[in-house]
Design a protein around this ligand. Structure first.
Ligand SMILES: [Zn+2]
Length: 328
């Protein structure tokens, strides 16, 4: 055991619209402890900053460590982020988050170096460096959750693009004239295959009188539906859920095929809550569809894999960010 005064741990924070998750990590990126708090985004940036500070301290306390033993803190935040200036430029699901100096304010609160990045970029860093051991030079991460986000590693480094929006795979249009998306367009990948899109399709089908075991499990309005319920319904041979999940997997496969054609990375990794719950049911369809849509020869040797980091992808990636930024 190292002496108590040596700084050797990192903290990764996943700032979301509904919850803040913080994790304490060893230099080898093993989780020591975590802490979770609701974001209360409606109270505005100042209150949320205090809540982030508290969640970080709670995680450190949970790990039986002291603030002095932490080298730095990384944060993955939703929306448009400027990591160099340490600012959140805009965050659609968090009221008042315009031009917020997240890095500077938290450095004041915690008295530690803080580094920030877009949340999906952070997840991609986490999967690339911690889960896959940084063995791929180029990698695309897709995260299927409430929305759909992505991130891109090129030449072993995060590639954020000219306006720092690279990797926004959720808004690739996959079905022209398809369902309306939160961004204002129609037929975006996110409007077709996110958890929100899957749940919406099931709700509409139930309203339309279609039969599903889900209504026996949860009642007619499906308000408390979770990804895990879909898995249970599939195991019982629910035809409606099977069709909806197959379609979502196929849309994801089309997105993956497009990525193979445009970027041609060594690896495409798919994570997030939807895949966490439905990996067995979705991955083979995703891979098969991707190979159909990729041009002949382009998918050869490209790995298409599921991430097992689940909810911990964000905090792991944020810890990678903290560690990388302190390197020489
Ligand atoms: Zn969109």
């Amino acid at each position: 055991m190292a002496e108590a005064s040596s700084k050797q741990f990192y903290v990764g924070v996943d700032l979301g619209g509904t919850k803040i998750l913080a994790g304490v990590f060893t230099p080898g990126l093993k989780i020591v402890a975590t802490s979770k708090t609701s974001t209360k985004a409606d109270r505005g940036p100042k209150a949320v900053l205090d809540r982030i500070g508290r969640t970080v301290r709670d995680a450190i306390d949970e790990a039986d460590l002291d603030l002095k033993q932490i080298r730095s803190v990384g944060i993955g935040a939703p929306g448009s982020i400027n990591p160099e200036e340490g600012k959140v430029i805009f965050s659609p699901n968090m009221p008042g988050w315009e031009d917020v100096a997240l890095k500077k304010e938290l450095e004041k609160i915690l008295e530690l170096p803080v580094f920030i990045e877009n949340d999906c970029n952070a997840c991609t860093l986490g999967v690339h460096a911690a889960e896959l051991g940084a063995k791929y030079k180029s990698l695309f991460g897709i995260f299927l959750g409430t929305g759909i986000g992505g991130g891109l590693i090129l030449d072993g480094r995060l590639h954020s693009g000219f306006n720092r929006t690279a990797g926004e795979i959720g808004h690739m249009v996959i079905e022209v004239g398809g369902p309306k998306c939160g961004c204002g367009n129609r037929g975006c990948f996110e409007a077709l295959a996110s958890r929100t899109a899957i749940f919406r399709r099931l709700e509409l089908a139930v309203k339309d009188g279609q039969k599903t075991i889900l209504t026996e499990m949860l009642g007619d309005d499906l308000t408390d539906l979770r990804s895990g319920d879909l898995r249970k319904a599939l195991k019982k041979g629910d035809k409606l859920v099977e069709k909806v999940i197959e379609d979502a997997a196929e849309y994801t496969g089309i997105a993956v095929g497009n990525i193979i054609n445009v970027i041609n990375p060594e690896c495409i990794v798919i994570g997030g809550g939807v895949i966490d719950a439905l990996e067995d049911e979705m991955m083979s369809i995703i891979i098969e569809t991707a190979k159909d849509y990729a041009m002949p020869g382009t998918a050869k040797g490209v790995e298409i894999v599921a991430s097992r980091l689940g909810d911990h992808a964000g905090i792991t990636g944020a810890a990678v960010l903290a560690r990388e930024n302190l390197k020489g």
